[in-house]
Design a binder for this molecule. Structure first.
Ligand code: ADP
Ligand code: MG
Ligand code: ZN
Length: 756
């Protein structure tokens, strides 16, 4: 087996990420390494893969119990024998682990730094061939960092006690120079390969918001991301407590974490979060390295942190699996005061001497200012972060709060869109009709041809034989109307005098059709598009989303059975990949990123079954929908039946009118009439007219002729609080329609377009 095969077959990933291969190669060649990669960059694989290839055992020094537990669980899932040794095991359990380890039962053993120099461990180590000693979260060795762990300093002493020096591999996400120097020096690395990978995390969306009511904003955000898991960092325990209460009483599965809780509760809450029993974690920065949860899809900072290192590390806990995730910082000037207070009164450094403390204080205040600058920048947030870490980058990223705001003009303003391609299709369609008939065609008919409608008149004129028939069937019809009107406005299409309802191409259209002329459309930004781009989390389309949810359900069940956190079974990113690739066979399944052989063996059948079931349902839904779309016979009511209609003096909508009429038909009569058909007919007859409104919908309103027979426009307020207008049929209009229907007017089910 080589490293690539292990990556593919054991871990299910097709490619190495940046830096991984070089680090693995160095370790395999016997060289020490020091890898600096951002949180979520994939440091674990850098020692896990060599562990499988080297002759001998790999020890991993890791600072936290929860980290070890999760990693070991994930390794076991991938079919790799591993164990951990820490204070969560009883002495008897520890002896058992060491006994089995002595028999060669494991490839990797995770160990807490406190354990290294204990007699039992030293004795065990003496009898082993230890090929690799990996030091995870290596910055813990430095007192410059926030996570200083004195026992990390025992590591070189432990190494010296071994008869044969293993390869040393240190990893951290902390990029500062001081920490880097400390790691190499204090761990006594020998001419290590030092590798710092890019700090950019393209799947994270960064934003800073100044919300007057942070709590309200948070509630609203959580409401919109209900099924997602995320962390809300607060500056103080008090805020954690208050928010947690508030969210719980609003029905969110929230839990909390801070240094004021006892160990047992902290552990329990962290597990609730890891196992998705709680979806929102409210925490102070005490909730730290322990979180290897890969499906965190947002990290909200309720207050500004003390410095950018902390911010990036905490925010970086989002989207470790590579799926899109949000990192939002809620800034208020009060946060600066809190942060200053925490810096000046922090107890972390009581044991340090005066001079060093003063030095650190100055440094911390400077970092706080840089953090503030970040919050206030109106440039690209990603660029600001990467600047801070000294990394080259493009001037703007297009995926942060400021970039999006710049690209998408705020409400009321306009954007310029390149619609050349749409224009070509439309102009070419008109041109074809002109060639066929010698004349152009009406706007409504043009839309039907582009959309590929089965309209009778269209078929009678054989427009379905045109090569441009249906070429814009994926485009919403109101948008097609807007495009056409824009082309008229810009003079590419003309309405010849005397025949107002016909469109023909202008000479100028040739420039678009046969040359390289661009068509730009300046128009108002719709609220929907801006909303849609505002956050990254939750991007899949509706169908994929429903499949994703289904797969999550399966994963939850599998996780429950295996008693591991859900992301140990499959990451969210893997589920998203499955939902979009929709594999049908085992081979296709293995081709999906995140599915290794072991996982395919264990869960493949269950996953394929869910996929097959979902596809079948989807098919069934489609065919029943297709059935529905088959033209229904028109509603034909006799004058006697029509006489039973009671006019509503209040005035009713066309939909309601159609519904009441349909209710008059005989049992078993398949005839149907909808409000839309009625409206189309009245539009075609000139009683209604269409007008585009700010939303992408076309609004209809009565013409003077319509008003004359009793149609009015009324304003309503929808469920979402927005007002919209609606055509109402007054009593007079209802009577007028009943009379016409009695005289034999039939409203066909195919959308009415042009009068015969
Ligand atoms: P960290 O650097 O923070 O320790 P991890 O080792 O925990 O990061 O990896 C973060 C996530 O990235 C994990 O879910 C892991 O499975 C995934 N990952 C690691 N390497 C790859 C890869 N080559 N391709 C795809 N996903 C990977
Ligand atoms: Mg890690
Ligand atoms: Zn940006």
């Amino acid at each position: 087996m080589d490293k690539k095969t292990i990556l593919r077959e054991r871990f299910g990933f097709p490619f190495f990420r940046e830096g991984q291969e070089a680090l693995i190669d160095a370790i395999l060649s016997g060289r020490d390494v020091f890898g600096v990669m951002p949180t979520g960059g994939g440091k674990s694989l850098c020692y896990q893969i060599p562990a499988l290839l080297l002759e001998g055992l790999t020890l991993v020094v890791s600072p936290l119990i929860s980290l070890m537990k999760d990693q070991v669980a994930a390794l076991k899932e991938a079919g790799i024998p591993a164990a951990f040794l820490n204070s969560s095991l009883t002495p008897a359990q520890q002896r058992e682990v060491l006994r089995r380890a002595g028999l060669g039962a494991y490839r990797l053993i995770y160990v807490a730094p406190e354990r290294l120099l204990t007699d039992s461990f030293l004795e065990f180590a003496a009898g082993q061939r230890i090929a690799l000693l990996a030091v995870d979260e290596a910055h813990c060795v430095s007192q410059w960092g926030q996570d200083f762990r004195p026992n990390y300093l025992d590591i070189p002493a432990f190494v010296r006690r071994l008869s044969r020096r293993p390869v040393l591999a240190a990893f951290t996400a902390t990029a500062t120079a001081e920490v880097g120097e400390d790691v190499v020096r204090l761990l006594e690395l020998r001419e290590p390969l030092r590798l710092v990978t890019g700090f950019d995390r393209p799947n994270l969306y960064f934003d800073v918001r100044r919300e007057r009511d942070k709590a309200a904003w948070l509630m609203n955000y959580l409401q919109q991301h209900r099924d997602r898991s995320g962390i809300v960092y607060c500056a103080t325990r008090k805020t954690v407590e208050q928010l947690c209460e508030k969210l719980r009483s609003a029905g969110f599965a929230a839990t909390r974490y801070h240094a004021g809780l006892d160990d047992a509760e902290r552990r329990e809450n962290q597990e609730d979060f890891a196992y998705d029993r709680a979806t929102v974690m409210l925490a102070t920065n005490a909730f730290g390295m322990g979180i290897d949860k890969s499906n965190v899809s947002f990290v909200i900072h309720y207050n500004m942190p003390k410095n950018i290192e902390s911010y990036y590390q905490e925010a970086g806990r989002a989207g470790r699996d590579g799926a899109p995730a949000d990192c939002v910082l809620l800034f208020s000037p009060g946060d600066v005061i809190t942060a200053e207070y925490l810096i000046q009164n922090g107890s972390e450094r009581e044991q340090l001497d005066e001079a060093l403390r003063a030095q650190l204080l100055i440094r911390d205040m400077k970092r706080l200012r840089q953090m503030q600058d970040y919050c206030k920048t109106d440039g690209c947030y990603r660029a600001a972060l990467l600047d801070y870490f000294g990394e080259a980058h493009r001037p703007t990223c297009g995926c942060c709060g400021n970039c999006v705001q710049r690209e998408e003009a705020p409400a009321g303003e306009t954007v310029e869109e390149d619609i050349t391609l749409a224009a070509r299709k439309i102009l070419s369609c008109v041109r074809r009709v002109e060639r066929k008939n010698g004349v152009g065609l009406g706007e409504t008919m043009l839309v039907l041809v582009l959309a590929g409608s089965r309209d009778k008149t269209l078929l009678a004129r054989e427009y379905d034989l045109l090569p441009t028939y249906g070429i814009m069937k994926d485009c919403k019809r109101p948008l097609l109307h807007e495009y056409i009107r824009e082309l008229v406005k810009q003079g590419y299409l003309l309405r010849p005098p005397g025949d107002y309802d016909v469109l023909v191409t202008a000479e100028k259209a040739n420039k678009v059709l046969f040359e390289t002329e661009q068509v730009l459309w300046r128009h108002a930004v719709s609220e929907e598009t801006r909303q849609g781009k505002k956050t990254a989390a939750g991007s899949p389309g509706a169908a994929e989303q429903s499949l994703f949810d289904r797969l999550r359900g399966l994963r939850a069940e599998l996780a429950r059975q295996a008693r591991v956190p859900a992301y140990v079974i499959f990451h969210d990113a893997t589920l998203l990949n499955l939902a979009s690739a929709q594999p049908a066979t085992e081979a296709e399944l293995l081709a999906v990123s995140g599915v290794g052989e072991q996982k395919a063996k264990k869960y493949g059948q269950a996953v394929l079954a869910v996929l097959a079931e979902w596809k079948q349902e989807q098919q069934a839904r489609k065919s029943s929908k297709a059935k529905k779309e088959e033209p229904q016979p028109p509603l034909r009511l006799s004058p006697e039946q029509l006489a039973r209609y009671v006019c509503d003096p209040e005035g009713i909508s066309m939909t309601e009118f159609a519904r009441r009429l349909t209710a008059l038909k005989e049992e078993g009569d398949p005839g149907e009439l909808t409000g839309r058909q009625l409206s189309n007919r009245l539009l075609a007859e000139g009683y209604l007219t269409e007008q585009s409104s700010e939303t992408d919908d076309l609004r209809r309103r009565p013409t003077p002729a319509g008003e004359a027979v009793g149609m009015t426009l009324t304003e309503r307020t929808g469920k979402d609080g927005r007002t919209f207008t609606m055509v109402t049929l007054t009593e007079q209009a209802q009577r007028w329609l009943i009379d016409r229907l009695s005289e034999g007017l039939i409203i066909e089910s195919a959308p009415y377009t042009e009068l015969p």
